[in-house]
Every structure is written in structure tokens, then in C-alpha cells.
Design a binder for this molecule. Structure first.
Ligand SMILES: [Zn+2]
Length: 240
């Protein structure tokens, strides 16, 4: 399988080369930059110290900025399972979207189709587990919200590109806002740990973790509070 990328190389990457077998994750981002031109400038400017392997434009065009054999600087401080500082083990995909700081518009159809096509290609080429296709907020939830609640994770799961639960939607909604016990809250966190999330002991960070979970799996209500719906989803995911 070949892929036609546009090229716009970024000088921001680490040497020496890595082995492609080291790559275990795909991390999805939004740029959080108001305009596409600004985002491209930032990702290719030597002073910004940030980059990404791929950039998906508003028209769906996929730009290769850093070849896969080099480590791009997209994820920063991050944890997932036993992995720390995920740049080394991941491919970064930045999708142009101004993000929460600028009214957070929806990703458009062309961007979604391109991100699916690109992830399918990378998953096959690099032999990546669908459970390791993650959002930046999954691995850096104390600092990051991207790609955010408008990213179509359920559709990704349908395309075999993400983990998802198999609980009936209407049944789930009936558990929304239902209060859970302290023991159940602890179960929630231990299930999140099983899924791969790092569980911080700090209560403020725990709330941010719950929010990151909701942005992905329970987008109808983002409040950082564990209710029965969150509990059931996490339990189901931990078993898949
Ligand atoms: Zn990001």
C-alpha cells in the first residue's frame, strides 16, 4: 500500500533514527491554532520546538512533516501503561482545528476521511494495535484537551481504529448523573488503569482524568464527575 503525501519538512525532530519497530502508538491532536497557515508555520519553525509526523489540512490534504524514522516533538510529558514520554514510541498526527480556545469548530468530513485513511495505512504498515491509537488528552490529560469531544472516536472504532464499548446507547443514558459510591469510584479508576490510563493520586488531576475519559467515551455530558454511566462504560472497556 502506497500513500501520496504532500511534503513540508519540519526541522524539529530528534536524531539518531529510530527503528520502526519501536513505534507502538498513534497520537491524534488538533493544532489549537486559529489558522492553518499559522499552524504550518509553527510546526515547521525551528524556534517553536514542536512538530508532528503528519498534518491534516482543512481540505483533507495530508502533509508529511517528519519521516517516521525520526522522533517528532508532538506529545511532551505523557504516560500510557508502562510507557513514559511517548514521542519516542509514537506517530503524531496534527489535524487543523483552532480548538477549545477558539470556539472549537467541528472537524470537517474531508479531515475525518483523511485521518481514517491515514490511520488505517499506519496501523497496517507499523502493525499498531487499535487500542494504541489515542488522543493527546488520553496520555497528557493534566495539560491537554485535544483532539477533544468532537473527534469521532466511535466512527474510528467502527473502522477498527479505536477501542469502544458494546453497551446499548439508550440503556447507558438512563444511568447518566446517577450517583456512585466511593468503592465504585475506586473501581472506575482501577478500570481506567486497566485500559491504559495513568491514574494520578491528586484529586484535581483525577477530575481531569475523568474529563478526558468523558471527552472520548461520554461526550453528552462533560463535567468531570463519575456517574453510573461512566462507571459502566469503563468496566466494559476494561474487559475488551
Ligand atoms: Zn496535542
Amino acid at each position: 500500500m502506497r500513500y501520496n503525501f504532500s511534503l513540508n519538512y519540519s526541522p524539529n525532530f530528534s536524531t539518531p533514527k529510530r527503528s520502526l519497530r519501536q513505534i507502538k502508538f498513534i497520537i491524534i491532536h488538533y493544532t489549537g491554532m486559529k489558522s492553518e497557515i499559522k499552524a504550518i508555520k509553527r510546526l515547521t519553525n525551528v524556534n517553536s520546538k514542536v512538530s508532528s509526523h503528519f498534518f491534516i489540512k482543512k481540505n483533507g490534504e495530508v502533509v508529511l512533516m517528519v519521516p517516521l524514522k525520526y522522533i517528532a516533538w508532538h506529545v511532551g510529558r505523557s504516560k500510557w501503561k508502562n510507557f513514559n514520554l511517548l514521542n519516542k514510541y509514537s506517530v503524531g498526527i496534527e489535524i487543523q482545528n483552532p480548538g477549545h480556545a477558539f470556539k472549537y469548530p467541528a472537524f470537517n468530513k474531508k479531515q475525518i476521511l483523511s485521518s481514517i485513511k491515514l490511520c488505517k495505512f499506519l496501523k497496517k504498515e507499523l502493525n499498531i494495535n487499535k487500542k494504541n491509537i489515542l488522543g493527546h488528552s488520553d496520555v497528557s490529560y493534566t495539560r491537554k484537551k485535544d483532539p477533544g469531544e468532537k473527534f469521532p472516536w466511535k466512527l474510528f472504532a467502527k473502522e477498527n481504529l479505536s477501542l469502544w464499548h458494546n453497551i446499548n446507547k439508550r440503556k447507558l443514558a438512563s444511568f447518566r448523573k446517577k450517583i456512585v459510591s466511593k468503592t465504585e469510584k475506586n473501581n472506575f479508576y482501577s478500570n481506567l488503569k486497566k485500559i491504559g490510563y495513568f491514574v494520578d493520586s491528586n484529586s484535581k488531576n483525577k477530575k481531569l482524568l475523568t474529563l478526558a475519559f468523558q471527552r472520548k467515551y461520554r461526550t453528552k455530558l462533560l463535567n468531570g464527575i463519575i456517574d453510573k454511566e461512566c462507571l459502566i462504560i469503563a468496566k466494559n472497556l476494561s474487559k475488551t
